[in-house]
Design a binder for this molecule. Structure first.
Ligand code: NAD
Ligand code: MG
Length: 409
């Protein structure tokens, strides 16, 4: 069997004249695309909360444009700055990580989870506990908490609607009546900026090159993940949890044109896919309006102009992050948690120029090796265990990077 968000219990209140929505990570790439979709149908949504980590101006502007009731900035030292920007608007202001979690428990129909990294876990769980359906962009929170995340969603009777384009495509391709007849699920990958680079060429790539994605315009962390293809690895883990399907029935296919976003192969030999322009407003609109489809000003596909679609197998030798992630998925939630933590630290170090591109995957591999001996097999009964393991993964990655720095100097 496979699980489809369309047939799990709970769900969006379809018959309301509008939906109340909160956006966590509102100033980011997904957050801004979400605001754009909402502003195209202003009367259909009421915005409760918008949050950001440090961009005060962007957050204040967003809160005003969306007429939000509360704006929360993660960096507590920026409280006064935000308060000043919003004074006289009637929009309430708060600051600090605890205020973000608290804001997530405000009752709304749908929470857009668009914070980057494991930092999104606690707010998203708070939103789940408060009974909101989740439009999930923040794949890392699923990768780091694993089955615990799904247990919490099931206990609260809420739906997790996938924003990630591949998972949204799969969600659209899953026939609710035929989930028992699903043979395989495939996520496609653009292959990123280094798809045709040799290992030798990869040794010299810079953060600026890695940040330049050929198809998608995204935040820095996911752009680097796309360059290493760790993003596709995280997405395999994400697909496993979203659709309850084993790693042996999950495939990755490189498709440089990014037109076919994902597909489902059924037992009768049919393959059902979703196609669309590479514009995140399409899956975001699908989640915000689901189960309806609403006219949205996004580019339409011109297949005649595109002409050719190509597909190829991923090269695991040049993109070892993909194997590391698949391996972690098989080993269990503790391993995907460590993989995610080490990767977040390694990506940060690469962006700061502290390690080279090829060392990102090497760092993750080393950390997983070391963690196997100490925390291997840890089970997640509580969020505290999830966060403690995440902290351990970050500590080991920090040590690994420091050790490498000492060796080089
Ligand atoms: P981004 O860097 O553009 O934005 C991240 C947002 O999170 C910002 O609003 C930032 O203020 C906030 N934030 C960062 N650190 C935080 C912290 N510690 N606490 C609270 N808030 C914090 O990232 P993005 O590209 O919008 O991606 C967001 C999430 O969506 C990621 O998990 C990414 O993998 C996923 N996603 C993005 C895309 C895309 O096209 N951008 C596609 C699929 C999935
Ligand atoms: Mg994706």
């Amino acid at each position: 069997m496979v699980r489809s968000p369309a047939i799990t219990a709970g769900g969006i209140r379809f018959d309301k004249p509008f939906r109340t929505v909160s956006i966590f990570g509102a100033t980011g790439s997904i957050g801004r695309s979400t605001a754009d979709v909402i502003l195209q149908h202003r009367q259909a949504f009421a915005v409760e909360v918008v949050t950001a980590q440090s961009r005060v101006d962007g957050l204040a502007e967003m809160a005003i444009r969306l007429d939000a009731r509360l704006a929360v900035i993660g960096d507590a030292s920026l409280f006064e700055a935000l308060r000043t920007r919003l004074s006289g608007t009637g929009i309430a202001v708060a600051a600090g990580p605890a205020a973000i979690v608290e804001a997530a428990s405000r009752p709304v129909d749908l929470v857009v989870a668009a914070i980057v990294g494991a930092a999104g876990l606690e707010p998203t769980l708070a939103a789940i506990d408060a009974g909101a359906d989740i439009a999930l962009a923040n794949k890392e929170c699923l990768v780091c908490a694993g089955a615990l995340f799904n247990r919490r969603a099931a206990a609260a009777n809420v739906r997790i609607l996938p924003v990630d384009s591949e998972h949204n495509a799969i969600f659209q391709s899953l026939e609710a009546a035929n989930v028992g007849a699903v043979e395989r699920i495939t996520v496609t990958a653009s292959g990123g900026p280094f798809r045709t680079f040799s290992l030798d060429e990869m040794r010299r790539v810079t953060p600026a090159q890695a940040l330049k994605h050929p198809r998608w315009s995204m935040g820095p962390k996911i752009s680097i993940d796309s360059a290493t293809m760790m993003n596709k690895g995280l997405e395999l883990i994400e697909a496993h949890h979203l659709f309850d399907i084993g790693s042996d029935r999950l495939d990755v296919l490189v498709h440089p044109q990014s037109v076919v976003h994902g597909f489902v192969t059924y037992a009768d030999g049919s393959t059902v896919a979703q196609l669309g322009a590479a514009d995140m407003r399409i899956p975001i609109s699908h989640c915000l309006n689901w189960p309806h489809r609403v006219a949205t000003a996004t580019p339409r596909l011109d297949l005649a102009a595109i002409g050719t679609l190509t597909f190829e197998k991923p090269d695991l030798e040049r993109f070892p992050a993909l194997s590391l992630a698949r391996d972690a998925l098989v080993r269990g939630d503790w391993a995907t948690n460590i993989l995610n933590a080490a990767n977040e630290v390694a990506v940060g170090a690469f962006l700061e120029g502290a390690i080279e591109y090829l060392e990102i995957a090497a760092t993750v591999e080393k950390v997983l090796e070391r963690a196997t001996a100490t925390v291997g097999g840890t089970e997640f009964a509580t969020v505290e265990t999830v966060l403690a393991l995440d902290a351990e993964g970050r500590r080991l990655a920090g040590e690994q990077i420091e050790f490498r720095g000492r060796r080089a100097s």
